[in-house]
Design a protein around this ligand. Structure first.
Ligand code: AFP
Length: 313
């Protein structure tokens, strides 16, 4: 039985998406076992950028890399690996992935995920990823939470699938996700407030002042620490997410990775009717300059993303 109904997937990408879904379903079973599956959240080393690698980060990376062999993927780029791998000289696609996002939540039973982005392979490994984010032909995330979900776009809207635990297959739940234009919630890591630049501070204060301030409506606050969980909430009921650049050393360009996190989530959000910027410029108009580079990221309900750009003047 296929891991996802191929009818919803462009024919040329079916083997790739099938492999992502089959591996996602496997990983979902490991994650559901938690400590019974071993010390998934144990630190096992550092990735090329000095971020601690958890056991599940490495396990997920190895599982996706192995599953994508022979599916048409030529180049495989992973947040957990320093350089791009050539999986199949004869392949046609280039796939970038954050195999396990939100690893600080592994041991506390909070939603974590896998993020992926697909391009047509270019003349070289690096050139296949260092290019305009608008060159993506597909993007998606798998969320491992109370349900295991897949949100995916091929450039004609964002679809939502739910993993049926009885059959182990992803079933279509929503043909076109519709991100509400107006927001009732905002999310940012508030512990960094003293490091924020004035436009971000002004926006957060507007949200906090609610009906008593310029915004004229109350905004609730959320922060999960897993980009996949935040994105899914916002795609479902609207809201705003900010991981801006700030004054801390190493956070001049924020924390999130352009190739593995920012570009794919921007594609999904825009295809669902939302907006995604670096605070000002649309992410899809930007070009990655380094494989592991970070970019400031603001996305969500169009009204709010426009307001944040306005505050950046
Ligand atoms: P980890 O995968 O290292 O836990 O990072 C998660 C993440 O990349 C993203 O999923 C979160 O939105 C963000 O970082 C959380 O950052 P803070 O730890 O600064 O809140």
């Amino acid at each position: 039985m296929p891991a996802i109904d191929p009818a919803h997937i462009p024919a040329n990408l079916r083997p790739v998406i099938e492999a992502m879904c089959a591996t996602g379903a496997q990983l979902s079973r490991v994650i559901a076992r938690g400590p019974l599956a071993g010390a998934l959240g144990a630190g096992v080393g550092e990735n090329s950028d000095g971020d601690q690698q958890k056991a599940l980060d490495v396990m997920a990376d190895e599982m996706f890399e192995a599953a994508l062999e022979g599916t048409g993927v030529k180049y495989y780029a992973s947040e957990e690996q320093e350089t791009v791998l050539t999986l199949d000289e004869g392949g046609r696609f280039a796939l970038a992935t954050d195999p396990l996002d939100g690893s600080s939540n592994i041991d506390v039973n909070v939603t974590i995920g896998t993020i992926f982005s697909i391009f047509e392979a270019a003349e070289s490994a690096e050139a296949s990823f260092l290019r305009p984010a608008s060159d993506q032909i597909a993007a998606g995330y798998i969320a491992y939470g109370p349900q295991t979900l897949l949100a995916v776009t091929f450039g004609a809207g964002t679809m939502l699938f739910v993993l049926d635990p009885d059959t182990g297959a992803f079933v279509l739940a929503e043909e076109k996700m519709d991100l509400p234009v107006a927001a009732k919630e905002f999310s940012i890591n508030a512990s960094n407030r003293r490091h924020w630049f004035p436009p971000v501070l002004a926006y957060v204060e507007e949200c906090e002042q609610g009906v008593d301030g310029a915004k004229g409506k109350n905004m609730n606050f959320r922060w999960v620490g897993s980009l996949v969980a935040e994105t899914h909430r916002i795609l479902t009921r609207g809201g705003t997410f900010l991981y801006p650049s700030d004054a801390r050393k190493g956070y001049e360009a924020g924390r999130l990775r352009m190739v593995y996190e920012v570009a794919p989530m921007a594609f999904l959000v825009e295809q669902a009717g939302g907006k995604a910027t670096d605070g000002v410029a649309p992410i899809l108009s930007l070009t990655a300059e380094a494989l592991h580079e970070r970019r400031p990221f603001v996305f969500g309900s169009a009204e709010e993303v426009d307001r944040i750009a306005e505050l950046h003047g």
